[in-house]
Ligand binder design. Structure first.
Ligand code: PLP
Length: 415
């Protein structure tokens, strides 16, 4: 029997017996899809407004990706990093030319990209161990990246982690300036914080980070794993502010759905990083790099950056309008096609009801709905989403407001 034909309950039962319980999975079984739509095992159709958490920027079964995959399937599936294949250099060239950085290193995931960035920052700052990162940041789950992730629940069971990491509140310039010192080797920032609840860092804060990094020699790393590669309407999120980091980390959408991460480094690292300093068996896989090239080409050829910008500006107006009419919406944050809708109630049950209505959305923190839709998503999907959200917030089910002592994410906003 094909696995594809397994019933949802059989799939769930087998997982419960054999897959380690790291995920609290939603009982949703997407089995096929096209464009911005997903179809579940029962044949029900959904608008995919989460895009596999910012991965599927071209939606599902995109013809360019399918064609690339078919062509590459007849070639070598793996080439060791001991040797050469053409696609790695080609993708590096495009990323370097588009970002203004100098070199690329390829790995398989976001957390690996940040691990590599941390090691490169150590090479650039011998004898200095400090890292400054943000409260409620997210940089990944491996030990080094977790050390820089400012979310207590993820960190506590695994202490002690990599030492000398200081966390400061997002957009608090004075705290950042006070935390960075002559022992700081790196400052890690997400230009728009994703898991933290879609918190855009202000231009002032980013500029202050650049300035304090220049003053102390610390390496400024922008983690654009979630907000990069077109999501804000420019290929890189840093291009929105004009503040140029020393290192950029990328992953989620880079491989068109296959695992691929990258670290882009400025010229300072060209001579610094030497053979033996870092490496990976699978990083820069030929198929993943070909898909990466296809993603970049499709973004260019179909003017997707303009589409993201225009759709984002229009959607922002719709969301703000809904917020002005609906006290259940506390705040709306984002740009392009990365949006956080902060509610006065837990977001989980709201997301669950939206799913039942045919909308796949994510959550962040306790009360933020998170949207990371494919760049090809039609306006219709967003219009229908707004209507559905309005209905869910009005319905008197478990999605009711809560009083809480915890400050809202809105408190972190740029002043
Ligand atoms: C998802 C994410 C990561 C971790 O990426 P993985 O591929 O899951 O390891 C790191 N940083 C940010 C900003 C992310 O959104």
């Amino acid at each position: 029997m094909l696995l594809h034909d397994e019933t949802p309950s059989a799939v769930e039962t087998r997982e419960q017996s054999f897959v380690l319980g790291t995920y609290n999975r939603t009982p949703f079984h997407p089995r096929s899809g096209k464009g911005a739509k997903l179809v579940d095992a029962a044949g029900k159709v959904y608008w995919d407004l989460l895009g596999g958490i910012a991965v599927n920027v071209l939606g599902h079964k995109h013809p360019r990706l399918v064609k690339t995959l078919r062509a590459e399937a007849g070639q070598l599936l793996h080439v060791s990093n001991l040797y050469y294949h053409p696609a790695q250099g080609m993708l590096a060239e495009e990323l370097v030319r588009a970002s203004g950085m100098s070199r690329a290193f390829f790995c398989n995931s976001g957390t690996e990209a940040n691990e590599a960035a941390l090691k490169f920052a150590r090479l650039a700052n011998p004898g200095r161990s400090g890292v400054v990162a943000l409260e409620e940041s997210f940089h990944g789950r491996t030990a080094g990246s977790l050390s820089m992730t400012g979310h207590e629940a993820y960190r506590t069971p695994f202490l002690p982690l990599v030492p000398d990491v200081t966390f400061v509140a997002p957009n608090d310039v004075a705290a950042l300036e006070a935390a960075v010192n002559d022992n700081t080797c790196a400052i890690f920032l997400e230009p728009i914080m994703g898991e933290g609840g879609i918190i855009p860092l202000s231009d002032d804060f980013l500029a202050a980070a650049r300035k304090v990094a220049d003053r102390t020699g610390a390496t400024l790393v922008f983690d654009e794993i979630q907000c990069g590669l077109g999501r804000t309407g420019t290929l890189f999120a840093f291009q929105q502010s004009g503040i140029i980091p020393d290192i950029i980390t990328l992953a989620k959408p880079l491989g068109g759905g296959l695992p691929l991460g990258a670290v882009l480094t400025n010229a300072q690292f060209d001579a610094l990083v030497k053979p033996g300093h870092h490496g990976t068996t699978f990083g820069g896989n030929p198929i993943a790099c070909r898909l990466g090239l296809a993603v970049l080409h499709e973004i260019t050829k179909s003017n997707l950056l303009e589409k993201v910008t225009a759709t984002g500006a229009w959607f922002e107006r719709q969301l703000k309008k809904l917020q002005s009419q609906n006290p259940a919406i506390v705040d709306v944050r984002g740009k392009g096609l990365i949006w956080g809708i902060e509610l006065d109630r837990p977001a989980g049950p709201v997301a669950k009801e939206l799913l039942a209505k045919g909308f796949v959305v994510g959550t962040a923190r306790d009360r933020v709905l998170r949207l990371l839709p494919p760049y090809i998503t039609p306006k219709k999907a967003f219009t229908e989403f707004i209507t559905a959200l309005e209905q869910v917030l009005a319905s008197a089910t478990e999605t009711q407001p809560v009083q809480s002592e915890t400050p809202t994410v809105a408190a972190h906003r740029a002043a």
